[in-house]
Design a protein around this ligand. Structure first.
Ligand SMILES: [Zn+2]
Length: 115
């Protein structure tokens, strides 16, 4: 069940200590929308943990960063990535690896597309 706006807002507020947290309501609204892509509050919390603790980001994520986490680009065979996007033994060419964290499924960028 998707999370509601109030829950998403609470999660987004959890990012407010980071650099470049938007002061603009519209920008916060976009973060909120992106956060609602989380499948559950736990998944949202896992993202915040992942972003701040695992990746040690000092900067607030952009809505696209949040969406990439919850809705990684599908492997369609037409992935417009690098030429190495086919045949990777880790991700099968999708560029994303499914990881389980606290029982919640997420995805992380494979080393073959990570800059
Ligand atoms: Zn890969």
């Amino acid at each position: 069940m998707p999370i509601d706006a109030a829950q998403a807002y609470k999660l987004v507020r959890g990012l407010s200590g980071l650099n470049y947290y938007p002061s603009d309501d519209d920008a916060v609204g976009l973060l909120l929308k992106a956060m609602q892509a989380a499948s559950s509050v736990e998944a949202g919390e896992a993202f915040v943990d992942h972003w701040t603790l695992t990746l040690r980001n000092r900067d607030c994520p952009k809505p696209g960063d949040i969406l990439d986490y919850f809705q990684p680009p599908k492997s369609s065979g037409e992935f417009l990535g690098s030429p190495q996007s086919t045949g990777c033994s880790l991700c099968g060419g999708s560029g994303w690896i499914i990881v389980e964290r606290k029982g919640v499924e997420g995805a992380k960028k494979c080393t073959c597309i990570a800059a």
